[in-house]
Write a protein that binds this ligand. Structure first.
Ligand code: PLP
Length: 364
């Protein structure tokens, strides 16, 4: 019997494992298989990566998003490089405990991005540093799709940004912890949602996996060199799993398990999470109409960012977990992040909204 746990709004990491992922893990179980990725399940993962991201794409399963990011950035940075341009909200900048700096020896070079998106002209901020031996060389751009604040680069926007970086000799990494949510919003493939970037941290955990992400080399011109380097880098970043088949099975299920309509699991899960976030926002709109809360970002993927009185947030938090994002415009307010996952139900949104209305002293 599965316990009937509360659906919270803190993170898509709070969610359960999708049954089709669990079934894939069970299918990978039993008997012995060669370790460290030399197994038949990882061979199927390799095939799924090529089918999903192009015939030259190479994928490397890893354990978590921080590991995928640091491994990707290290692989993309030359020995004498080390500067990584990223937005002020970037997970690599704020939420990885300094791992890019400590483990990777990298320096994050911050750009303002109020809605999470960087625009091409901003790359000029670090252009003068190129060729100056006194400066960390800004040779890699790391962008996040969908962004940390729930916005999505359009295909035109991300393509223009990637092209602008390439024109300046800068390689591009996509933190794709939520690339599935972006692709679902845009109605494009996972590959197209990356806009021609070089390397992707392909997220599985927030999209219904138990644990598992992959570093994917997207740029065919880098497939040989990075394909050669990455096994060593992954080992050194402690992201090489011995029983890799269980991670590979999860990611393969996300890419290949289709429903009757032919939709892969990644798309079904992301679409659900996105739709539910839009629904949650609609449910909370009466509070905005009464001037009690204020939405602070567009809801383009699976998150709702909303500023509310601290007292209201604290009251609702008695029943539901969610994160404060940053202080609000006044001391009495706080901006919070409400995150929906593949398993967040409409009923859970209704119950959350009812709790918010009750806490605000109004009827739904
Ligand atoms: C944008 C982004 N990147 C990467 C990650 C992955 O982090 P972790 O190392 O916790 O798997 C997260 C998780 O919250 C994230 O939001």
């Amino acid at each position: 019997m599965r316990p009937n746990r509360t659906i919270h709004f803190a993170s898509d990491n709070y969610a359960s494992v999708h049954p089709e992922v669990l079934a894939a893990m069970a299918g990978a179980d039993g008997g012995h298989e060669p370790a460290y990725g030399a197994d038949a399940v990882t061979a199927a993962f390799d095939e799924a990566i090529r089918a999903t991201f192009g015939e030259h794409a190479v994928g490397f399963p890893v354990f978590n998003g921080t590991g995928a990011n640091v491994t990707s950035l290290l692989a993309l940075s030359p020995r004498w490089g080390g500067g990584v341009i990223a937005s002020e909200h970037a997970h690599i900048h704020n939420d990885e405990g300094g791992a890019p700096e400590k483990v990777g020896g990298l320096k994050v070079l911050e750009l303002p991005a109020p809605d999470g998106r960087i625009i091409p002209a901003q790359l000029d901020r670090y252009a003068p540093d190129l060729g100056d031996e006194h400066r960390a060389q800004p040779l890699v751009l790391s962008l996040t799709q969908s962004t940390e604040v729930g916005t999505v680069y359009s295909v035109a926007e991300i393509t223009a940004l990637v092209d602008a970086a390439h024109a300046r000799g800068i390689k591009v990494h996509v933190d794709g912890a939520r690339i599935a949510n972006a692709a679902a919003t845009l109605g494009v493939s996972l590959k197209d949602a990356c806009g021609g970037a070089d390397v992707l941290s392909f997220g599985g955990t927030k999209n219904g996996a138990m644990l598992g992400e992959a570093v994917v080399v997207l740029n065919p011109e880098l497939a040989d060199s990075l394909g050669h380097d990455l096994p060593y880098v992954r080992k050194q970043t402690m992201q090489l799993g011995s029983k890799m088949r269980y991670v590979s099975a999860q990611l393969t299920a996300l890419m290949t398990a289709v429903d009757e309509a032919g939709d892969p699991l990644w798309l079904r899960n992301a679409r659900h999470a996105n739709t539910t976030a839009t629904y949650l926002r609609q449910e909370l709109e009466p509070l905005e109409q009464r001037g009690i809360v204020r939405f602070t970002q567009p809801t383009q993927a699976n998150a709702v960012f909303v500023e509310m009185p601290r007292a209201l947030a604290d009251e609702v938090r008695k029943a539901y977990r969610f994160y404060d994002w940053k202080p609000g415009r006044s001391d009495e307010t706080v901006e919070v992040r409400l995150m929906c996952a593949w398993d967040t139900s409409g009923a859970a949104c209704d119950a959350f909204a009812a709790a918010a209305f009750a806490s605000a002293g109004i009827g739904a």
